[in-house]
Design a protein around this ligand. Structure first.
Ligand SMILES: Cc1cc2nc3c(=O)[nH]c(=O)nc-3n(C[C@H](O)[C@H](O)[C@H](O)COP(=O)(O)O)c2cc1C
Length: 338
């Protein structure tokens, strides 16, 4: 699958998630082989006014390739300026957010609220496409509510305006994250356009990925929450889609290295205090993932590390846990072989 001149490493993409897909997490997923990683949403006007936290969210030039920066907004002028600045900061692809359901965003009439007024949505898309020379992509929901599932029309008009890929989260805005994503509906978007379509929503297993692609006929799959605590999941999905065979998760020793490198990266990206705080949710997810195999030990370490204040102590606890897990699995293999 390609976006403009960028051929993706695989058709399995990491979804943008505010507060989660910051540069350390994207770098981690990218290094593990994700097909594409997308920045957290950044407000186009704040990007232009260069609030330091906004610029930090969008950073990543030269580190993740291609660099995709997602912008959100409600005014054509700011979208164009934001896109221009993102391109100047090294973005290889600009993604427009028309899917965010949060009230703070939709009452500002951006995010998924744009799906209520396609003429206005189109004016933002045209301004963005016209402002940059890099490809522009669009992420949307199926519509605002059950009565107005207009994603196929938005996609068709976006393609005509020069958008080069669309991603559809199979829920309406009014569903927020409730119910199930409608994978079949995404097929209507696929039928409406000839640019690549990426299907998104509720993919938690390799079989889910196979199903969403079969039912939507989409070109790729985007995974958000399913990658929390297991950024290697995207590579497992890509392998399964390509070969029909299951790829084992990284060994416990390797997982220990991944978690530790991610944690250290967060400390250096944000500074020790903020980094340690921001990393806590990732550690919780990593340990919850590990608790499927080592329930007592992983849950005990989880409640320990969320209370720790000293990053070195957290790192030591993490290292020891994965060492124990690695030894336990070697023991299990040895006794199996005996
Ligand atoms: C915590 C969180 C933050 C999100 N932030 C964004 C965002 O910044 N931009 C965006 O387009 N979608 C955002 N999303 C939506 C996801 O990209 C994705 O469409 C949604 O989670 C469904 O996919 P999943 O079931 O694989 O998680 C966010 C989702 C979550 C859970």
């Amino acid at each position: 699958m390609s976006i403009g001149s960028h051929t993706l490493a695989s058709p399995v993409l990491l979804a943008p998630m505010a507060g989660i897909t910051d540069l350390p997490f994207r770098r981690c997923a990218h290094n593990l082989g994700a097909g594409l990683v997308v920045s957290e949403m950044v407000a186009s006007d704040e990007l232009v006014r260069a609030r330091p936290d906004v610029v930090r969210r969008a950073a990543g030039a030269g580190e993740v390739d291609p660099l995709v920066i997602q912008i959100a907004g409600r005014e054509a002028y700011w979208m164009a300026e934001g896109a221009r600045l993102a391109e100047a900061s090294g973005a290889d692809i600009i993604d427009i957010n028309m899917g965010c359901p949060a009230k703070a965003v939709t009452t500002g009439l951006s995010g998924s609220a744009l799906m209520r007024n396609l003429d206005h949505a189109l004016s933002l898309i045209e301004a963005t496409v016209g402002a940059v020379s890099v490809p522009v992509t669009l992420k949307m929901r199926t519509g605002w509510d059950d009565e107005t599932r207009n994603a196929p029309e938005l996609a068709r008009r976006a393609e005509a305006a020069g958008v080069q890929m669309v991603t559809v989260h199979g829920r309406t805005r009014c569903q927020f994250y409730k119910g199930r994503a409608d994978w079949d509906f995404i097929a209507r978007v696929k039928d409406a356009v000839s640019i690549p379509v990426v299907a998104n929503g509720d993919v938690l297993s390799c079989e889910d990925a196979e199903q969403i692609l079969a039912r939507s006929n989409a070109d790729g799959v985007m995974i958000g929450r399913g990658a929390q605590g297991r950024p290697w999941f995207l590579t497992q999905v890509a392998h399964y889609l390509k070969t029909g065979e299951r790829l084992a998760p990284p060994s416990w020793a390797e997982q220990g290295r991944i978690v530790s490198a991610h944690y250290r990266d967060m400390l250096s990206h944000y500074g020790n205090e903020l980094g340690a705080r921001m990393a806590r949710k990732h550690l919780v997810w990593y340990l919850e993932e590990a608790s499927r195999f080592f329930p007592d030990d992983a849950m005990a370490v989880k409640s320990e590390v969320v209370r720790m204040r000293e990053p070195l102590a957290v790192l030591a606890a993490i290292d020891h846990f994965y060492e124990r897990a690695a030894n336990a699995s070697v023991d299990a293999e040895t006794s199996e072989a005996a």
